[in-house]
Design a protein around this ligand. Structure first.
Ligand SMILES: NC(=O)c1ccc[n+]([C@@H]2O[C@H](COP(=O)([O-])OP(=O)(O)OC[C@H]3O[C@@H](n4cnc5c(N)ncnc54)[C@H](O)[C@@H]3O)[C@@H](O)[C@H]2O)c1
Length: 247
């Protein structure tokens, strides 16, 4: 349906959670998937469960590390077609008002979530350009639309991802590379479950569709944005949250 057979897909932060679900969904469609994570053990564990995938240890905040990532993918699969910028500091974020955040907390979140998205995109761009096209899919968050309190660094980093998506889309549209963004609402993953006690009920009543969301609710949008069906869609943010925010 999505014509992704043999497409080469890099998913950053795929050691678990949403990234793992993206990797599984693309592999089910016949794509060759690189499971990238700073946590080598988690990447390997995910890869062991997904036939034909490879595990790659990489830190999205390091240009050197990302160079190694792209080289490994090219050496293994010979090309790369899709990058999903999913890696982030999300699990374990301590919620506190902006005036109590330390510079260290701010910098870590901005570095991984925003700078990491820019740097990973920069690393794959020359390959996509020389191949004649590609798809970059960023993962931001619906917290940008709601302005979720108590984690301004996270919200700002994900807001930056939305702006970055638009600029990159305009800069590389001529090379047949689409850049889009998914803004998931609160989605049940190990990470989000660890953030609060009432995770399963959180926000459900605010939705047009009143039920909790899991990773399988998000993957279809990524498959669409990676497929030919979205060739004329670029620079866009699609909110996938069961109708809690409307933009
Ligand atoms: N779960 C939700 O409710 C939700 C909602 C909106 C957006 N998101 C976004 O979806 C994505 C996945 O969320 P999740 O719930 O699966 O969280 P998660 O914490 O399980 O996934 C993040 C992954 O990124 C990896 N990572 C962290 N720093 C890295 C680095 N420097 N280099 C490479 N990898 C690194 C982590 O090891 C982890 O595997 C994130 O971008 C998150 O911000 C999640």
């Amino acid at each position: 349906m999505y014509h992704l057979k043999d497409k080469v897909v890099i998913v950053t932060g795929a050691g678990g959670g949403l990234g793992k679900a993206f990797a599984q969904a693309f592999a089910t469609e016949g794509a060759k998937v690189a499971i990238v994570d700073i946590n080598e053990e988690a990447a390997q564990k995910t890869s062991d469960e997904i036939q034909g995938s490879i595990a790659v240890k990489a830190d999205v905040t390091s240009e050197e590390s990302l160079k190694g990532m792209t080289q490994k993918v090219i050496d293994e699969f010979g090309r790369l077609d899709v990058l999903i910028n999913n890696a982030a500091i999300y699990a374990g974020i301590q919620r506190k008002p902006f005036f109590e955040l330390s510079e260290k907390e701010w910098d870590l979140v901005m570095n991984v979530n925003l700078k990491g998205t820019w740097m990973a995109s920069k690393a794959v761009f020359p390959f996509m350009k020389s191949q004649g096209g590609g798809k970059i899919i960023n993962i931001s968050s619906a917290t940008v639309m709601s302005g979720s309190p108590q984690w301004s660094h996270y919200v700002a980093s994900k807001g930056g991802v939305i702006g970055l998506t638009r600029s990159m889309a305009r800069e590389i549209g001529d090379f047949n590379i689409n850049v889009n963004n998914i803004a998931p609402g609160f989605t049940l993953t190990e990470a989000s479950l660890s953030l609060m006690d009432n995770a399963k009920e959180y926000g459900v009543q605010r939705g047009a569709i009143k039920r909790g969301s899991n990773a399988n609710d998000i993957v279809g949008t990524a498959l669409y944005l990676a497929s030919k069906a979205s060739d004329f869609v670029t620079g866009q943010t699609i909110v996938v949250d069961g109708g809690k925010q409307f933009i």
